[in-house]
Design a protein around this ligand. Structure first.
Ligand code: ASP
Length: 353
């Protein structure tokens, strides 16, 4: 009887140390891993890149940008901290920036040559490579929400123009009057560009520094949640004085936005034509996936070498599967911020800060 009992305890102890075939060491490792991934959630945002120089900025405008960046990133960070998904963090963060007249997205969208506003946006879910995008919408207050709805509630990846707005209405979006997007600042900058073109001060070209500088200001976000899922999103009014229903990189999956749990999540901003040709967001992910380089190395190669070699400029924000962040740009400045799981916040505008 006594030896039967000992045998019973021996078996009990043996199985007590196992859990689904895992021994104590394995369990410890997976516990550490879980803690690590919880520790490493994070979020990074941009509010556009360009010739953003301290000497051209008033103190109050600079303060307004910094405060809005802080407000936006805090919204996403709170979602991640409470266990929400990276996609929810990305879209809600971008919405704050879309609702601000400071950025070239949503409310503050730049004007087309025809003095209208045409908005583009996209999102991508790194856990399943699902994506949604809209281009050239004129009556959708928050294009990022519509991009998310295209991803979640349509069989398509990208919708454009009137069709996208019909889809929006069918999905319960109430459309705004196009006048909602009017801001004096953006209207004036269109008029200045048009005047400059008329005066033929320089060739009417994107290369005219004045024209180029007043074009940028897209918003974007990339996030990693506690479950190790990555997501990215980008929203823009495009480039001032654009014509012919021009569409930039922001709604193009792989150019303006990309996310893959195996690598990183990226949102781009800059001269869209070049970002499309260089497939910037996907290229960064692909370099990590196929060459095994770090996020920082991949971002630097694409933004400091590949894009400028073509003649383009701009930047990206990105977060990788381990929570490492890159905020790389080749312009004088980029509105940008990131926040890690510890709640440490970094907000920057200029190159040297
Ligand atoms: N990439 C945007 C576009 O080309 C512009 C920007 O980022 O400011 O439409």
């Amino acid at each position: 009887m006594r030896s039967n009992l000992s045998l019973f305890f021996a078996i009990f102890l043996l199985f007590g140390c196992k859990n689904n075939g895992k021994n104590i060491d394995e369990m410890q490792i997976s516990k550490v891993k879980t803690l690590e991934s919880i520790k490493n959630f994070g979020i990074v945002i941009h509010g556009g890149a360009g010739t953003i120089l301290k000497e051209n900025m008033s103190d109050s405008l600079e303060m307004a940008y910094r405060e809005k960046l802080k407000e936006a990133i805090s919204v996403g960070h709170r979602i991640l901290k409470n266990g929400g998904t990276s996609m929810e963090a990305v879209t809600k963060t971008i919405k704050v920036m879309e609702d601000s007249p400071l950025f070239n997205a949503g409310k503050g969208a730049v004007f087309t040559h025809e003095e209208t506003n045409e908005l583009d946006a996209s999102v991508m879910d790194g856990s399943n490579l699902n994506a949604g995008a809209v281009a050239g919408v004129t009556r959708v207050k928050n294009p990022i929400d519509l991009a998310l709805t295209v991803m979640n509630n349509s069989p398509h990846v990208m919708l454009s123009g009137k069709g996208a707005e019909t889809f929006a209405q069918e999905k319960g979006f109430s459309l705004v009057d196009p006048s909602y997007f009017y801001t004096e600042r953006r209207f004036k900058s269109l008029q200045k560009i048009k005047q400059r073109e008329k005066d033929k001060v320089t060739r009417a070209s994107f290369k005219d520094p004045f024209i180029k500088n007043s074009k940028f200001g897209t918003v974007g976000c990339a996030a990693l949640d506690k479950n190790g899922n990555l997501a990215a999103g980008t929203s823009t009014g495009g480039m001032t004085n654009k014509r012919w229903n021009r569409i930039g990189d922001a709604p193009i999956i792989g150019a303006g936005t990309y996310a893959n749990n195996a690598t990183c999540a990226v949102s781009s901003t800059g001269w869209g034509e070049y970002f499309i040709r260089a497939m910037v967001a996907h290229d960064i992910s692909a370099m990590m996936e196929y060459k095994g380089v770090t996020l920082k190395e991949a971002a630097r190669e694409v933004i400091q070498n590949k894009v400028p070699a073509l003649g383009g400029d701009g930047g990206i924000v990105s977060i990788d599967k381990d929570g490492n962040v890159a905020m790389e740009f080749n312009t004088a400045g980029m509105y940008r911020a990131h926040m890690n799981s510890e709640g440490e916040l970094v907000i920057r505008i200029y190159k040297e800060e």
